[in-house]
Design a protein around this ligand. Structure first.
Ligand code: AMP
Ligand code: MG
Length: 357
């Protein structure tokens, strides 16, 4: 398959290109497009064959359900069997935007789209290009992140092409995305709302609107026999560059010292090491490869560039990556959730144990 690349500028939208993307989707094809969170790989979410193509192109496990993307509340009613008042309040405040809600599904939604579950995930994105393409397709669009399964999510069209060139019909390049982390997922299908995946819409923002919100234990804990994620996708290794990642937990000063020590050990072991750092700390490290993920004073910048930086390490062919941690920022929960998965939960608690060699 030859993948067609088109550029669509959100400020000067090319109507012909939008219509073409809509036609490909309506015809059962695959189109990758920008959203405000990450690039999505879209297909007609009500067409089981089209949904199945997404799993094939990404190499995605078939039990990992897809999120349906819509552009108006009218499109939600045929998909969700029950819409609790809490969900209406959340939609009123956070849609369009980076929030996904889980509902009991109707018959209309095929099990191929929901990974066999009787619930369906729905989001209304705000990115103008995403919205125009979904409207042009005229159907709810199933769109997981447009990366090969397990790799860091794409925040630029180039990342999509790295993973999916020749595997999808069309890639729409709408520039670098604004948020850089996938949507917050909240399950509103049960008695109490539960956050299944942290994101740009934080627990505090949700709680201030609807009161107490539970956090699925898998959000912070390492998935295993006792911690089973309710979002099936959260149990898989994810977001991972090729080199082994270790995350250093502790105060910025402790972390910096521990990473310097780890760098010395890696160097004497003949390993090429990379450091994932920040504007504030970059100058302290003497490392073969340094990648700056933004500023600690602006956590949004870290969220925006995290996946780009993880992918950049692959091009530098490092053997190991030592990463700083970002627990203290308001977006820290979401950033750390992705980083710990990228590291396969390999951490060093600075001050408690000695860094790895
Ligand atoms: P992605 O679109 O690649 O960011 O992944 C979608 C995420 O949403 C995965 O972690 C899925 O497991 C989760 N998800 C989608 N549908 C459901 C659902 N019905 N119930 C629980 N989690 C879901
Ligand atoms: Mg994904």
């Amino acid at each position: 398959m030859i993948t067609k690349l088109v550029r669509i500028d959100e400020l000067h939208m090319d109507e012909a290109a939008i219509c073409e993307a809509g036609r490909v989707l309506a015809g059962g094809g695959l189109v990758a497009f920008p959203t405000e969170t990450v690039y999505g790989l879209g297909a007609n979410g009500l067409d089981s064959e089209a949904s199945s193509r997404i799993y094939e192109a990404k190499g995605r496990p078939s039990d990992n359900p897809l999120i349906l993307h819509i552009t108006s509340m009218e499109e939600l009613y045929p998909l969700a069997a029950e819409i609790p008042k809490t969900a209406l309040a959340l939609a009123e405040t956070f849609w369009p935007g980076p929030l996904t809600m889980i509902f009991k599904k109707t018959e209309l939604v095929p099990h191929e789209t929901t990974g066999g579950l009787d619930t369906v995930a729905v989001r209304m994105p705000s990115h103008p290009v995403a919205r125009a393409i979904i409207r042009a397709a005229g159907v709810p669009i199933a769109a997981p992140s447009a990366n090969a399964s397990g790799r860091p999510s794409p925040t630029k069209a180039l990342h999509v092409l790295e993973d999916l060139d020749g595997r999808v019909d069309m890639v729409v390049d709408g520039g670098t995305v604004g948020i850089g982390l996938e949507s917050t997922i909240i399950d509103v299908s049960g008695k109490k709302p539960v956050i299944l995946r942290p994101g740009y819409i934080t627990e505090e923002m949700l709680a201030s609107l609807i009161g107490t919100v539970e956090l699925d234990p898998a959000v912070t804990g390492r998935p295993g026999a006792d911690v089973r994620p309710r979002a099936p996708g959260m149990k898989y290794r994810h977001y991972a560059p090729k080199a082994e990642v270790t995350v250093f937990l502790g105060s910025p000063t402790e972390v910096c010292a521990a990473i310097e020590e780890a760098l010395r050990k890696a160097s004497s072991a003949g390993k090429r090491a990379g450091v994932l750092c920040t504007e504030e700390s970059e100058r302290f490290y003497e490392a073969p490869v340094k990648k700056c993920a933004g500023s600690r004073n602006e956590p949004e910048s870290v969220a925006r560039s995290l996946y780009d930086v993880l992918r950049a390490f692959d091009r530098e062919q490092v053997d190991c990556i030592f990463s700083e941690s970002f627990e203290e920022s308001p977006l820290g929960g979401a950033i750390m959730n992705r980083l710990l998965k990228a590291a396969g939960y390999r951490v060093v608690r600075c001050g408690e144990t000695s860094p790895p060699g």
